[in-house]
Design a protein around this ligand. Structure first.
Ligand code: PLP
Length: 341
Protein backbone atom coordinates (compact mmCIF):
# COMPACT_ATOMS: atom_id res chain seq x y z
CA UNK A 1 0.00 0.00 0.00
CA UNK A 2 1.52 3.29 -1.10
CA UNK A 3 0.84 6.30 1.11
CA UNK A 4 1.20 9.40 -1.03
CA UNK A 5 1.24 12.63 0.98
CA UNK A 6 3.04 14.76 -1.60
CA UNK A 7 -0.02 16.90 -2.26
CA UNK A 8 -3.81 16.91 -2.28
CA UNK A 9 -3.53 16.93 -6.08
CA UNK A 10 -2.70 13.19 -6.19
CA UNK A 11 -6.31 12.07 -5.72
CA UNK A 12 -8.09 10.08 -8.40
CA UNK A 13 -11.77 10.55 -9.27
CA UNK A 14 -14.03 8.18 -7.36
CA UNK A 15 -16.34 5.70 -9.08
CA UNK A 16 -19.32 7.95 -8.30
CA UNK A 17 -17.55 11.01 -9.72
CA UNK A 18 -16.67 9.08 -12.89
CA UNK A 19 -20.25 7.90 -13.31
CA UNK A 20 -21.55 11.44 -12.89
CA UNK A 21 -18.95 12.62 -15.41
CA UNK A 22 -19.94 10.02 -17.99
CA UNK A 23 -23.59 10.98 -17.78
CA UNK A 24 -23.02 14.69 -18.41
CA UNK A 25 -24.19 16.68 -21.40
CA UNK A 26 -21.38 18.32 -23.32
CA UNK A 27 -20.87 20.78 -26.16
CA UNK A 28 -18.14 23.02 -27.56
CA UNK A 29 -17.12 25.31 -24.71
CA UNK A 30 -15.01 27.52 -27.00
CA UNK A 31 -18.40 28.61 -28.42
CA UNK A 32 -19.73 28.70 -24.81
CA UNK A 33 -21.96 25.84 -25.92
CA UNK A 34 -21.19 23.29 -23.22
CA UNK A 35 -24.16 23.15 -20.83
CA UNK A 36 -22.19 21.43 -18.07
CA UNK A 37 -19.37 23.99 -18.10
CA UNK A 38 -21.97 26.77 -18.07
CA UNK A 39 -23.73 25.10 -15.15
CA UNK A 40 -20.51 24.81 -13.13
CA UNK A 41 -19.61 28.45 -13.82
CA UNK A 42 -23.08 29.62 -12.75
CA UNK A 43 -23.01 27.42 -9.67
CA UNK A 44 -19.68 28.77 -8.42
CA UNK A 45 -20.48 32.40 -9.28
CA UNK A 46 -23.72 32.09 -7.30
CA UNK A 47 -21.97 30.45 -4.35
CA UNK A 48 -19.51 33.35 -4.12
CA UNK A 49 -22.12 35.97 -4.92
CA UNK A 50 -20.01 37.18 -7.83
CA UNK A 51 -21.36 38.16 -11.24
CA UNK A 52 -19.56 35.71 -13.44
CA UNK A 53 -17.14 32.80 -13.62
CA UNK A 54 -14.90 31.05 -16.14
CA UNK A 55 -13.59 27.48 -16.17
CA UNK A 56 -9.81 27.05 -16.55
CA UNK A 57 -7.52 24.06 -17.07
CA UNK A 58 -5.30 25.11 -14.15
CA UNK A 59 -5.07 27.42 -11.17
CA UNK A 60 -1.89 28.87 -12.57
CA UNK A 61 -3.67 29.96 -15.75
CA UNK A 62 -6.55 31.43 -13.72
CA UNK A 63 -4.17 33.47 -11.53
CA UNK A 64 -2.06 34.57 -14.48
CA UNK A 65 -5.18 35.70 -16.33
CA UNK A 66 -6.33 37.77 -13.37
CA UNK A 67 -2.91 39.40 -13.03
CA UNK A 68 -2.82 40.16 -16.77
CA UNK A 69 -6.19 41.92 -16.59
CA UNK A 70 -5.49 43.88 -13.41
CA UNK A 71 -2.06 45.23 -14.46
CA UNK A 72 -0.10 46.93 -17.23
CA UNK A 73 3.52 46.08 -18.16
CA UNK A 74 5.90 47.84 -15.77
CA UNK A 75 3.44 47.79 -12.88
CA UNK A 76 4.09 46.14 -9.55
CA UNK A 77 1.90 43.81 -7.55
CA UNK A 78 2.09 43.27 -3.81
CA UNK A 79 2.16 39.73 -2.42
CA UNK A 80 3.74 37.68 0.33
CA UNK A 81 7.24 36.26 -0.14
CA UNK A 82 5.66 32.78 0.05
CA UNK A 83 3.00 33.50 -2.60
CA UNK A 84 2.27 30.84 -5.21
CA UNK A 85 2.01 33.53 -7.91
CA UNK A 86 5.60 34.54 -7.11
CA UNK A 87 7.23 31.17 -6.30
CA UNK A 88 5.44 28.47 -8.26
CA UNK A 89 4.04 29.88 -11.47
CA UNK A 90 7.24 29.70 -13.48
CA UNK A 91 7.87 33.45 -13.39
CA UNK A 92 4.59 33.93 -15.24
CA UNK A 93 4.01 37.29 -13.57
CA UNK A 94 6.91 38.78 -15.53
CA UNK A 95 6.57 36.49 -18.59
CA UNK A 96 2.86 37.10 -19.17
CA UNK A 97 2.26 40.52 -17.69
CA UNK A 98 5.66 42.26 -17.50
CA UNK A 99 5.02 42.95 -13.84
CA UNK A 100 7.31 42.83 -10.79
CA UNK A 101 6.40 41.71 -7.29
CA UNK A 102 6.88 43.70 -4.09
CA UNK A 103 7.31 40.91 -1.57
CA UNK A 104 5.99 41.29 1.96
CA UNK A 105 7.68 39.53 4.85
CA UNK A 106 4.47 38.12 6.25
CA UNK A 107 3.58 35.42 8.76
CA UNK A 108 3.00 31.99 7.20
CA UNK A 109 2.17 33.57 3.85
CA UNK A 110 -0.22 36.16 5.33
CA UNK A 111 0.43 39.88 5.73
CA UNK A 112 -1.18 42.81 7.50
CA UNK A 113 -2.97 45.89 6.23
CA UNK A 114 -0.11 48.03 7.59
CA UNK A 115 2.39 46.06 5.53
CA UNK A 116 0.31 46.66 2.40
CA UNK A 117 0.05 50.39 3.11
CA UNK A 118 3.81 50.76 3.47
CA UNK A 119 4.45 48.75 0.26
CA UNK A 120 2.40 50.98 -2.04
CA UNK A 121 4.59 53.17 -4.22
CA UNK A 122 3.52 56.82 -4.30
CA UNK A 123 1.55 57.19 -7.55
CA UNK A 124 2.98 60.62 -8.37
CA UNK A 125 6.61 59.44 -8.00
CA UNK A 126 7.22 58.39 -11.60
CA UNK A 127 10.61 56.76 -10.88
CA UNK A 128 9.08 53.74 -9.15
CA UNK A 129 6.82 51.09 -10.64
CA UNK A 130 3.13 51.78 -10.36
CA UNK A 131 1.47 49.62 -7.72
CA UNK A 132 -1.73 48.26 -9.22
CA UNK A 133 -2.65 44.98 -7.54
CA UNK A 134 -2.60 43.14 -4.20
CA UNK A 135 -2.68 39.31 -4.25
CA UNK A 136 -3.62 37.32 -1.15
CA UNK A 137 -3.63 33.51 -0.88
CA UNK A 138 -6.06 31.50 1.28
CA UNK A 139 -5.20 28.97 2.56
CA UNK A 140 -1.50 29.60 2.14
CA UNK A 141 0.39 26.79 0.47
CA UNK A 142 4.04 27.45 1.39
CA UNK A 143 2.69 28.96 4.63
CA UNK A 144 1.45 25.53 5.70
CA UNK A 145 -2.29 25.73 5.08
CA UNK A 146 -2.85 28.77 7.30
CA UNK A 147 -6.22 30.58 7.12
CA UNK A 148 -6.58 34.34 6.90
CA UNK A 149 -8.56 36.36 9.41
CA UNK A 150 -11.42 37.73 7.34
CA UNK A 151 -11.25 41.04 9.22
CA UNK A 152 -7.70 41.65 7.98
CA UNK A 153 -8.73 40.80 4.42
CA UNK A 154 -11.47 43.45 4.70
CA UNK A 155 -9.06 46.09 6.02
CA UNK A 156 -6.82 45.43 3.01
CA UNK A 157 -9.87 45.77 0.76
CA UNK A 158 -10.40 49.27 2.16
CA UNK A 159 -6.76 50.14 1.51
CA UNK A 160 -7.08 48.88 -2.06
CA UNK A 161 -10.16 51.04 -2.60
CA UNK A 162 -8.47 54.14 -1.19
CA UNK A 163 -5.42 53.61 -3.41
CA UNK A 164 -7.11 52.42 -6.63
CA UNK A 165 -5.59 48.96 -6.42
CA UNK A 166 -7.19 45.77 -7.63
CA UNK A 167 -7.45 42.93 -5.12
CA UNK A 168 -7.11 39.27 -6.17
CA UNK A 169 -7.48 36.13 -4.09
CA UNK A 170 -5.59 32.98 -5.00
CA UNK A 171 -8.17 30.70 -3.44
CA UNK A 172 -6.75 27.39 -4.66
CA UNK A 173 -7.62 25.98 -1.20
CA UNK A 174 -10.35 28.44 -0.20
CA UNK A 175 -12.63 25.44 0.45
CA UNK A 176 -10.33 24.31 3.25
CA UNK A 177 -10.40 27.81 4.77
CA UNK A 178 -14.20 27.97 4.46
CA UNK A 179 -14.67 24.64 6.27
CA UNK A 180 -12.05 25.38 8.91
CA UNK A 181 -13.07 28.94 9.81
CA UNK A 182 -16.83 28.49 9.39
CA UNK A 183 -17.04 31.21 6.79
CA UNK A 184 -18.97 31.07 3.55
CA UNK A 185 -17.96 31.76 -0.05
CA UNK A 186 -20.07 34.92 -0.39
CA UNK A 187 -18.08 36.59 2.39
CA UNK A 188 -14.98 36.33 0.18
CA UNK A 189 -16.94 37.29 -2.93
CA UNK A 190 -17.76 40.64 -1.31
CA UNK A 191 -14.11 41.43 -0.62
CA UNK A 192 -12.20 40.67 -3.82
CA UNK A 193 -12.29 41.93 -7.41
CA UNK A 194 -11.34 38.44 -8.57
CA UNK A 195 -10.95 35.00 -7.02
CA UNK A 196 -9.42 31.82 -8.42
CA UNK A 197 -10.49 28.49 -6.93
CA UNK A 198 -9.13 24.99 -7.61
CA UNK A 199 -11.25 21.88 -8.08
CA UNK A 200 -8.22 19.63 -8.43
CA UNK A 201 -6.87 20.00 -4.87
CA UNK A 202 -8.87 18.90 -1.85
CA UNK A 203 -12.09 18.59 -3.85
CA UNK A 204 -10.65 15.60 -5.68
CA UNK A 205 -11.35 16.50 -9.34
CA UNK A 206 -8.86 15.39 -11.99
CA UNK A 207 -8.56 18.84 -13.62
CA UNK A 208 -9.87 22.34 -13.29
CA UNK A 209 -10.00 25.76 -11.71
CA UNK A 210 -12.52 28.55 -11.88
CA UNK A 211 -11.90 32.30 -12.03
CA UNK A 212 -14.56 34.62 -10.60
CA UNK A 213 -15.24 38.33 -11.03
CA UNK A 214 -17.53 40.92 -12.58
CA UNK A 215 -19.10 40.39 -16.01
CA UNK A 216 -16.71 42.96 -17.47
CA UNK A 217 -13.72 41.16 -15.91
CA UNK A 218 -14.79 37.71 -17.14
CA UNK A 219 -15.36 39.10 -20.66
CA UNK A 220 -11.69 40.10 -20.62
CA UNK A 221 -10.68 36.78 -19.02
CA UNK A 222 -12.13 34.71 -21.86
CA UNK A 223 -9.89 36.61 -24.29
CA UNK A 224 -6.77 36.12 -22.12
CA UNK A 225 -7.61 32.43 -21.65
CA UNK A 226 -7.75 32.14 -25.45
CA UNK A 227 -4.36 33.87 -25.77
CA UNK A 228 -2.84 31.46 -23.26
CA UNK A 229 -4.24 28.49 -25.16
CA UNK A 230 -6.69 27.55 -22.45
CA UNK A 231 -9.87 27.24 -24.50
CA UNK A 232 -11.20 23.68 -24.28
CA UNK A 233 -13.90 21.96 -26.32
CA UNK A 234 -16.09 19.28 -24.64
CA UNK A 235 -14.79 20.32 -21.24
CA UNK A 236 -18.14 19.48 -19.65
CA UNK A 237 -16.76 16.08 -18.69
CA UNK A 238 -14.26 17.87 -16.48
CA UNK A 239 -16.73 20.48 -15.26
CA UNK A 240 -19.10 17.68 -14.25
CA UNK A 241 -16.50 16.49 -11.75
CA UNK A 242 -16.54 19.98 -10.28
CA UNK A 243 -20.32 19.95 -9.94
CA UNK A 244 -20.10 16.55 -8.25
CA UNK A 245 -17.32 17.73 -5.91
CA UNK A 246 -19.12 20.91 -4.84
CA UNK A 247 -22.00 18.75 -3.68
CA UNK A 248 -20.11 15.86 -2.13
CA UNK A 249 -16.53 16.75 -1.27
CA UNK A 250 -16.53 20.03 0.64
CA UNK A 251 -17.74 19.00 4.10
CA UNK A 252 -15.45 15.99 4.09
CA UNK A 253 -12.39 18.28 4.02
CA UNK A 254 -12.78 18.38 7.76
CA UNK A 255 -11.67 14.73 7.89
CA UNK A 256 -8.42 15.71 6.16
CA UNK A 257 -7.91 18.47 8.71
CA UNK A 258 -8.46 16.11 11.65
CA UNK A 259 -5.98 13.61 10.22
CA UNK A 260 -3.36 16.35 9.73
CA UNK A 261 -3.82 17.43 13.37
CA UNK A 262 -3.38 13.84 14.57
CA UNK A 263 -0.14 13.58 12.60
CA UNK A 264 0.96 16.91 14.09
CA UNK A 265 0.48 15.69 17.66
CA UNK A 266 2.65 12.62 17.03
CA UNK A 267 5.37 14.50 15.17
CA UNK A 268 5.57 17.03 18.00
CA UNK A 269 6.65 14.24 20.35
CA UNK A 270 9.26 12.83 17.96
CA UNK A 271 12.88 13.39 18.91
CA UNK A 272 14.06 13.61 15.28
CA UNK A 273 11.89 16.64 14.58
CA UNK A 274 12.94 20.13 15.63
CA UNK A 275 9.79 22.02 14.74
CA UNK A 276 6.24 21.39 13.57
CA UNK A 277 4.31 24.35 12.21
CA UNK A 278 0.85 24.71 13.70
CA UNK A 279 -1.66 22.74 11.65
CA UNK A 280 -4.85 24.55 10.65
CA UNK A 281 -6.05 22.63 7.63
CA UNK A 282 -4.62 19.76 5.55
CA UNK A 283 -1.01 20.89 5.10
CA UNK A 284 1.69 20.06 7.61
CA UNK A 285 5.19 21.51 7.42
CA UNK A 286 7.87 20.26 9.78
CA UNK A 287 11.59 20.56 10.21
CA UNK A 288 13.84 17.61 10.92
CA UNK A 289 16.88 17.87 13.23
CA UNK A 290 19.92 19.43 11.55
CA UNK A 291 22.02 16.25 11.93
CA UNK A 292 19.56 14.24 9.82
CA UNK A 293 19.90 14.69 6.08
CA UNK A 294 16.65 15.31 4.22
CA UNK A 295 17.53 12.61 1.66
CA UNK A 296 18.11 10.06 4.40
CA UNK A 297 14.77 10.90 5.96
CA UNK A 298 12.92 10.75 2.64
CA UNK A 299 14.63 7.44 1.77
CA UNK A 300 13.60 5.95 5.07
CA UNK A 301 10.04 7.00 4.32
CA UNK A 302 10.09 5.74 0.76
CA UNK A 303 11.37 2.34 1.96
CA UNK A 304 8.08 2.11 3.84
CA UNK A 305 6.20 3.21 0.70
CA UNK A 306 5.49 6.70 2.04
CA UNK A 307 5.94 9.78 -0.13
CA UNK A 308 6.46 13.35 1.15
CA UNK A 309 8.24 16.31 -0.37
CA UNK A 310 11.11 18.51 0.68
CA UNK A 311 10.63 22.27 0.87
CA UNK A 312 14.37 23.00 1.35
CA UNK A 313 16.11 24.09 4.63
CA UNK A 314 15.45 20.70 6.28
CA UNK A 315 11.74 21.41 5.92
CA UNK A 316 9.34 18.74 4.74
CA UNK A 317 5.70 18.97 3.75
CA UNK A 318 2.89 16.50 3.83
CA UNK A 319 -0.69 17.03 2.72
CA UNK A 320 -3.70 14.92 3.69
CA UNK A 321 -6.46 14.32 1.14
CA UNK A 322 -9.50 12.32 0.08
CA UNK A 323 -7.52 9.26 -1.01
CA UNK A 324 -5.49 9.12 2.22
CA UNK A 325 -7.73 6.54 3.89
CA UNK A 326 -8.28 5.74 7.56
CA UNK A 327 -6.31 2.56 7.04
CA UNK A 328 -3.36 4.46 5.57
CA UNK A 329 -3.62 6.97 8.40
CA UNK A 330 -3.36 4.29 11.09
CA UNK A 331 -0.40 2.74 9.35
CA UNK A 332 1.35 6.10 8.89
CA UNK A 333 0.83 7.10 12.53
CA UNK A 334 2.23 3.75 13.59
CA UNK A 335 5.29 4.13 11.37
CA UNK A 336 6.16 7.64 12.52
CA UNK A 337 5.55 6.76 16.17
CA UNK A 338 8.16 4.02 15.90
CA UNK A 339 10.64 5.78 13.65
CA UNK A 340 14.19 5.95 15.04
CA UNK A 341 17.39 7.68 13.93
C1 PLP B 1 -2.04 24.52 -6.64
C2 PLP B 1 -2.08 25.98 -6.44
C3 PLP B 1 -2.34 26.85 -7.51
C4 PLP B 1 -2.61 26.40 -8.94
O1 PLP B 1 -1.94 25.31 -9.33
P1 PLP B 1 -2.19 24.49 -10.68
O2 PLP B 1 -1.33 23.32 -10.43
O3 PLP B 1 -1.74 25.36 -11.78
O4 PLP B 1 -3.64 24.16 -10.78
C5 PLP B 1 -2.38 28.19 -7.25
N1 PLP B 1 -2.19 28.65 -6.01
C6 PLP B 1 -1.96 27.86 -4.96
C7 PLP B 1 -1.81 28.45 -3.61
C8 PLP B 1 -1.88 26.50 -5.14
O5 PLP B 1 -1.65 25.71 -4.09
Amino acid sequence: MEINLISDTVTKPSKEMLEFMMSSNVGDDVFKDDPTVNELEDLIATKFGMESALFFPSGTMANQTAIKIHTQPGDQLICDKYAHVYNYEGGGVSFNSGVSCKLLDGNRGMFTNEQVISAINPPDFYHSPKTSLVCAENTTNKGGGACWDIGELKKIQQTCKENNLYYHLDGARIWNAIVQTNTNPSQYGKIFDSISVCLSKGLGCPVGSVLLGSIEFINKAIKVRKLLGGGMRQAGYLAACGIYALKNNIERLNEDHIKAKEIESILKKSNFISQVEKVETNILIFQIEKNIKTDVFLNKMSNQNIKLISMGDNKLRLVTHKDYTNQMHEKFLDIISNLKF
